[in-house]
Write a protein that binds this ligand. Sequence first.
Ligand SMILES: *Cc1c(COP(=O)(O)O)cnc(C)c1O
Length: 395
Amino acid sequence: MEFIALKEQFRRHEKHIRARMDAVLAHGQFIMGPEVRELESRLSEMVGTKHCLTCASGTSALDLVMMAWEVGPGDAVFTTPFSFFATAESIAKTGATPVFVDIEPATFNLNATDLERAVEAVLRRDDRLYPLPRQAQAGNPPLRPKAVVVVDIFGHPADYDAILPFARKCGMSVLEDAAQSFGGVYRGKPLCGCGCDAATASFFPAKPLGCYGDGGAVFTDDDALAGCVDSLRYHGRKDSSNKNDNVRLGTNGRLDTLQAAILLAKLDIFENELNLRNEVAKRYGALLCSLPDIVCPKMPLDGRSAWAQYSILLPKYVSRETCIRAMKKDAIPTSVFYPKGLHIQNALDYLEYKVEDFPVVQEVTARVLSLPMHPYLTEIEQQAVVASLGKALSR
Ligand SMILES: *Cc1c(COP(=O)(O)O)cnc(C)c1O
């Protein structure tokens, strides 16, 4: 059994993918070729934003927005500690201070009430109101609340109706890190197009829409931001007709034409794959309720998850390691996303957070386990996963 079935997907759609790749090999425009523009217009139409700028990776997408917003020293950028490292890395690299906010127990996404408390604590430089990094505590120069980076973890939409109005009131920009959720829907609006100032996607092979290498995209309705990101991803060039006129310090952050071609082929099957992922998730829910004390992910009530991962919480009384080993013996692959909160990653030691600063993250990182999830998982395979898990639990 595979954790993510990229080979099966290729087997089913090989002809279509190869035809798209062959077209690029024939025309030879490997950088910013026609497929890049075609992909950008299809993606922006799909999510309903004015602009889509593809780029080198999901990390590059986050970096480009941070650069365009001129996030830097003296800024506080609020985010979740329960994510892939890139989310916090992109903030910290600019010299800004990442300020972490605990998550909701039901969705594992940023808790909007905690966000309000964290902003208040930063403004008052008072870590009795909320756990703060050392740089935001009394005795340090005040930090300016600049932005919030919200993650739709495992593909589940975050609580934008609560987060967006509060951020606006505080004058903060909101960036949606939709690396895991592209294709999902929040209250009738496609993710990446649900009202944030900018959104980023990743096309890393293992994400719901993945290419055969690295890739990413920035989505926005903001003309100035789009123009700036377009320039930054190409060494700060003035515009496409002024390649040798560099007006800002940028980077090489472009998406290859070949990757764009692969994504165009996969985009044709994406909607169907998302529906299949949702069926797989529903089946897991039904099968897992026969097991004691397992916490299943909630199906979003008025939206759709992209189901990048199907992540459960194990009962407190079992050892996750024992469970993983037992399932491995039954040839069931599992994964732990994530065993450690970002607030206690060594690279961020200088923030001086403690593991117990975010109790929900502490609990979830200790108990979370991701089961095989891909569109082609069969009911029989899922029964085998759940039977193996049940056996492991009863040891
Ligand atoms: C995968 C991921 C990224 C980074 O994307 P890459 O394309 O690997 O650079 C950023 N944020 C989250 C939440 C992710 O899951």
